[in-house]
Structures are given as structure tokens and as C-alpha cells.
Write a protein that binds this ligand. Structure first.
Ligand SMILES: *[C@@H]1O[C@H](CO)[C@@H](O)[C@H](O)[C@H]1NC(C)=O
Ligand SMILES: *[C@@H]1O[C@H](CO)[C@@H](O)[C@H](O)[C@H]1NC(C)=O
Ligand SMILES: *[C@@H]1O[C@H](CO)[C@@H](O)[C@H](O)[C@H]1NC(C)=O
Ligand SMILES: *[C@@H]1O[C@H](CO)[C@@H](O)[C@H](O)[C@H]1NC(C)=O
Ligand SMILES: *[C@@H]1O[C@H](CO)[C@@H](O)[C@H](O)[C@H]1NC(C)=O
Length: 451
């Protein structure tokens, strides 16, 4: 019974600081797979037999009480979902306000305040429906109140407040989504025994790019797909107003990405600028396209640059949404890959596996996908997946090629887009998410595999 209660609570618990809801004899923490774990320390004395009966009655009462609370929590969870959606809207709104010119801010601001009023009502309603005196609920309420307070400070608009709110919301949103994802998707990292991708979650719009510029519509963001020890969550971003990229920004973890606080910036030397945005970060190295058919590598440990020419890659074929996308790098459970079309393949995509040590092509597979008709492509578990547009708001995975068996499949796995065009799409095996750079925004999807 208690574990059910904790399960239902988990989305909320995730963002309550642990120290706030342990009171010495009862502590709680987050388990390996994200579930909430409660530790209860009982005094080491013998239990008097004559009180067993009394205890049984108490326990019966408690079960009833817990059932009442569970019913409340079920409705609370539904509210949380609404709240999560509001948060994501709010995050976006704040991002847009930051990038818009001043004359629109006043209007946007009014709308935001109206929404926040509704948000505040939701919080009060929550408190009412959670009428239990428990340090746990109290700190949850404080947290929500705190957020509301921060949001109310928007009234005294200044740039630093907005920045603070944007960061707080983005972090909170990630935690809530991770917890929801744990429940809905049960990721099984590293297991490639299934028969492939079944579905994608709704898009998570994280935030506008590092430059906070809505005109930086060409770019990409990614997480190291085979991280070194000590750099488990390294993220990279590169973007610009054209498919040319002059800088790469590296972040040691997700929070620093959100804070836009890079630990390293590569100003690509003259002659080394990146083209096409379909770069990848793997094994503490950044792989990217230079000019049309040269693949470059920056070793982040040594800051050394290297390159190889892929002479058969044709510069005549790019993906639908962007020009100059000739070499598309991708990392998955099985290795590092580069995809490109050739003259000989008449524009159909070729998948090549890279030998990471030698930085050379090890093996190749041909596909039936005309690159110009594809939105993008990525690798997961040694399977190449290609996407294409369905309409302005829907994209689909329409093709796969399993490099382990040579099997090709025609699929229709639709997924929602936040905005129509995107210049980057890649899978990451460490969190089983797809990373998309969607018209200037960092967007991600959880991937559900068929087991
Ligand atoms: C822990 O339990 C003991 C014995 O029941 C009690 O005396 C003590 O006050 C409790 N500590 C806290 C922090 O609740
Ligand atoms: C809330 O709890 C208090 C005491 O725990 C009780 O007196 C009150 O009636 C409860 N209110 C609601 C709306 O359940
Ligand atoms: C709420 O805000 C106050 C003042 O900013 C702070 O001291 C407190 O730690 C915050 N509480 C929580 C649960 O975040
Ligand atoms: C995958 O399948 C193989 C053989 O069928 C099995 O030995 C292995 O444990 C499975 N891996 C996982 C992660 O389930
Ligand atoms: C990067 O350089 C380090 C130090 O020379 C080396 O050990 C490592 O293998 C290099 N990484 C790649 C991906 O080449």
C-alpha cells in the first residue's frame, strides 16, 4: 500500500529537496531507477505484546486513511499534468519574451499574468485537496508557493528576474518530465534485444538556444553518446543564422546547459568552421562536417583537430529542411556512424560505420531512402531510421535499416513537432532520447522500444 502511495507521489517528490522531508527517523531518497525510496528507522526495543491489538486497529485506520489519500493523489496527479503543460507554455513564453522586441513585452506580460492567476488558483486548490498535516505536503506546498512568488516578481519586470524564472522553470520541468517518463517509458538503457522503435513521446521543448536568438534556426544540441568517466553528462551546442557553425559550446551537465554556462567554447579556427549542423559528440570528441565532404574531429581532452575526406559523399544531396547537410554523424549503442548520399547511389543515403580509433570508415550499407525526401536520419541500436514530413505539425519515422541483419522496413511512426522545421535530430543511448534542434529551440523526445 505504501509503495503505491510513493509511486503516485514520485513526480512531486522529485523536486522537493530531500532534506526538507526527512525528519531524522524517516528519510527518503531517489532510487537508481528514479523511484522514491523511503527509509524508516525503528527503535531497537522489543515490542510489547499487549499493544499488538491496539496497533492492529491503528494500522487498519491507517490503511483507510492511505486509501483516502491515494484517491486525492490520483486527482492530484491529473492536476500535475495540467500544471506541467502550463509550465512548458510558460517557459516558452518567457523565452519568447526575452527574444522579442520591447513593444511586445508589455502585452505578453499581461497575458502571462492572467495565466499565472490561474496557476495560483490551481495551487490553492491543490493545498485544499491535500488537507493533511505532513512535512512532505507542507514542503511541496512551500515549493509551489515559492514558484508562484518568483513568478509574481515578474511584475517588477527586469531582465535578471526573467532569466531566473526561465532557468527555474526549465529545471523543474525537466525533473517533472523525467519522473513522468520513468513511469510511462521504463527505459532500459543498453538493451537492444527488442525489435525497434515503437513510438516517441510528445516533444519536450527545453528552451531557446544559448544565444537566445530566434534567428539562429540552424544548429544542433547533443549529449555525449559514449561519455568518459567523470564527464557523464556533457552537452554540446552549436548554432547560427546559416548552416555554417563557427563556435561549439560545451556544458558539463544539463543544469549548466540551461544556465547557458559553458565550461569550454571552441572558436573554430579559420578553415575549420562546421557546416550542416549534423554533428555528434561521442567519447569526449566532437565530430562534424567541414566544407562538403570532410569529416572533422575535435578531441576535447587534447583540443586537437583532425580530419578525413569522404570522397564519395556528394554535395548535391541535403535533407529537406536545410541546405549543406552532407555528412550526418550519429552515435548509438553500437558505435559511431556517418550517413551521406553519393552520386553512385543516385542520392540515396549510405550508412557508414566509423572506426573511432582510426577515424575511418569500417563498413557501409546502402538504403532505399532518397536523402532529399528525408527530414533527417539517426541511429539507434545499430538501426538507421529516416524521418519525413507529414504536415506542418507532424513528422514520421518512415523507414529503417537494421545494419545487424540487413533488414529494411517501411514504417509509420508519427510524432508531433513543436515547429515545422528542424536542422538536427539524433538519438542518445545513455538516456534513450532523441535530440532535436527545432527552429532554434532545444527539443527532446523519449523513445519507446518494442521489447
Ligand atoms: C526518533 O524516535 C525517537 C524514539 O521514538 C524519538 O525519541 C526521537 O525524538 C525521534 N527523532 C526525531 C528526529 O523525530
Ligand atoms: C482538514 O483537516 C482538518 C484537521 O486535520 C479538519 O478539521 C478539516 O475539516 C479538514 N478539511 C477538509 C476540507 O477536509
Ligand atoms: C522558499 O523561498 C525562501 C525565500 O526565498 C527560501 O528561504 C526557502 O528555502 C524556499 N523554500 C523552498 C522549499 O524552496
Ligand atoms: C539479450 O538477449 C540475449 C540472448 O537472447 C541475452 O543473453 C541477454 O541477456 C539479453 N540482454 C538483455 C539486456 O536483456
Ligand atoms: C583523445 O586524446 C586522448 C589523449 O591523447 C586519447 O587517449 C583519446 O583516445 C582521444 N580520443 C579520441 C576519440 O580520439
Amino acid at each position: 500500500m505504501f509503495s503505491v502511495l510513493l509511486f503516485l507521489l514520485s513526480p512531486a517528490l522529485a523536486w522537493i529537496p530531500t532534506e526538507d522531508w526527512g525528519s531524522g527517523n524517516v528519510t527518503a531518497s531517489k532510487g537508481d531507477s528514479g523511484q522514491c525510496v523511503c527509509h524508516v528507522f525503528l527503535p531497537d526495543t522489543t515490542f510489547p505484546a499487549d499493544r499488538v491489538e491496539h496497533m492492529q486497529q491503528i494500522s487498519k485506520d491507517m490503511i483507510i486513511e492511505v486509501e483516502i489519500q491515494i484517491n486525492k493523489l490520483v486527482s492530484y496527479e491529473a492536476k500535475l499534468e495540467v500544471y506541467l503543460k502550463d509550465l512548458s507554455q510558460l517557459t516558452l513564453r518567457v523565452g519568447m519574451m526575452e527574444s522579442s522586441s520591447d513593444k511586445y513585452i508589455k502585452l505578453d506580460f499581461e497575458l502571462l499574468r492572467i495565466e499565472l492567476g490561474e496557476f495560483d488558483a490551481l495551487v490553492s486548490q491543490l493545498k485544499e485537496s491535500l488537507n493533511v498535516s505532513s512535512p512532505l505536503f507542507d514542503s511541496l506546498y512551500t515549493e509551489i508557493q515559492n514558484m508562484t512568488m518568483i513568478v509574481n516578481q515578474l511584475e517588477t519586470y527586469d531582465k535578471s528576474n526573467l532569466e531566473l524564472i526561465r532557468i527555474e522553470f526549465a529545471k523543474l520541468q525537466k525533473k517533472l518530465e523525467d519522473c513522468q517518463q520513468d513511469q510511462n517509458f521504463e527505459p532500459d538503457f543498453g538493451n537492444c534485444n527488442g525489435t525497434g522503435i515503437l513510438s516517441l513521446s510528445k516533444p519536450s521543448v527545453i528552451q531557446l538556444n544559448y544565444h537566445l536568438s530566434s534567428s539562429y534556426v540552424y544548429g544542433g544540441w547533443a549529449k555525449d553518446s559514449k561519455p568518459l568517466r567523470g564527464s557523464e553528462s556533457m552537452y554540446v551546442y552549436g548554432g547560427y543564422t546559416s548552416p555554417q557553425v563557427h563556435y561549439f559550446y560545451l556544458y558539463p551537465n544539463y543544469d549548466r546547459l540551461i544556465l547557458r554556462s559553458a565550461f569550454k567554447t571552441y572558436t573554430l579556427p579559420s578553415g575549420w568552421s562546421a557546416t550542416g549542423n549534423n554533428f555528434a559528440v561521442r567519447g569526449h570528441s566532437i565530430y562534424y562536417q567541414r566544407n562538403s565532404n570532410e569529416m572533422c574531429k575535435i578531441n576535447v581532452t587534447t583540443d586537437k583537430y583532425d580530419y578525413r575526406v569522404v570522397s564519395e559523399a556528394s554535395s548535391s544531396f541535403s535533407y529537406t529542411y536545410s541546405s549543406s547537410q552532407i555528412l550526418d554523424f550519429a552515435g548509438d549503442e553500437n558505435g559511431l556512424w556517418v550517413m551521406y548520399a553519393t552520386g553512385a547511389s543516385k542520392g540515396k543515403i549510405v550508412v557508414a560505420k566509423l572506426d573511432e580509433k582510426a577515424f575511418g570508415i569500417e563498413k557501409k550499407w546502402s538504403t532505399e531512402v532518397y536523402k532529399q525526401l528525408a527530414g533527417n536520419a539517426f541511429m539507434a541500436c545499430g538501426v538507421m531510421y529516416a524521418t519525413r514530413s507529414v504536415d506542418l505539425t507532424t513528422e514520421e519515422i518512415f523507414y529503417s535499416l537494421d545494419t545487424r541483419t540487413g533488414e529494411e522496413r517501411h514504417l509509420s511512426i508519427p510524432f508531433q513537432k513543436f515547429q515545422e522545421k528542424y536542422s538536427y535530430l539524433d538519438y542518445n543511448p545513455t538516456d534513450q532520447k532523441l535530440y532535436m534542434y527545432n527552429n532554434g529551440y532545444y527539443v527532446s523526445y523519449s523513445v519507446k522500444f518494442n521489447k
